[in-house]
Ligand binder design. Sequence first.
Ligand SMILES: [Fe+2]
Length: 219
Amino acid sequence: MEVFPLFSTPLSVRTYENRISRKTLDDIKNEEYHDYPKQLDGSCTVDEQILEKYPDLKQLCIEHCAEYIYKFLAIEDHMHMDIVCSWVNKHPTGHSANRHGHTNSMFTGCLYLDVPEDSGDLIFEASYNHATWNTGTLDPPVWEDNIQNSRKWNIRPENGMIVCFPSHVDHYTGINNNTEDRYSLGFNIMLCGDFSAPTRRLIMDSYREPDWNYVKQGI
Ligand SMILES: [Fe+2]
């Protein structure tokens, strides 16, 4: 039997070895942070263009996402990939990230900078409002959780890992049970350029010139 997992929500994951220097990590930890409004939800950098200060990390993020966007999703490479927003999350012991999606963004990425043991998985979830192979009306028990039948999918982060996914997908992180703080760098991507198709004209400008030297390394 052949089974086609139709209408996918692709999530890309790869771990990059030795690409984050000790100095970069120390500098990032010394950035200014402020708390998220919800309790035990961690804090984030005041600077929401953090990747502009760390070009090596920006290159790494673009390299990963260019492969996902231009190669895997086969989006034409005249569409510019613009990182419109980037910040670092800090989760002390007992903190987690509440369930959320990212608005004003097409794709979201996360680079795990320093994630101690048992400091919280990244968890994606499809609510019952989102029909997959079933809806919430009937949810039969399964003898195995797999990629075909699951509404929840966990990723165990490790240092140097990057994930990239469509921004609308709901996600959250587990509680940091380690005594060390957990650091991750989030970023949002908009595609810019000429989206037009017959009767569907749309041109979106980038406010920053795309840096094709970065992008081409991922294609
Ligand atoms: Fe997020």
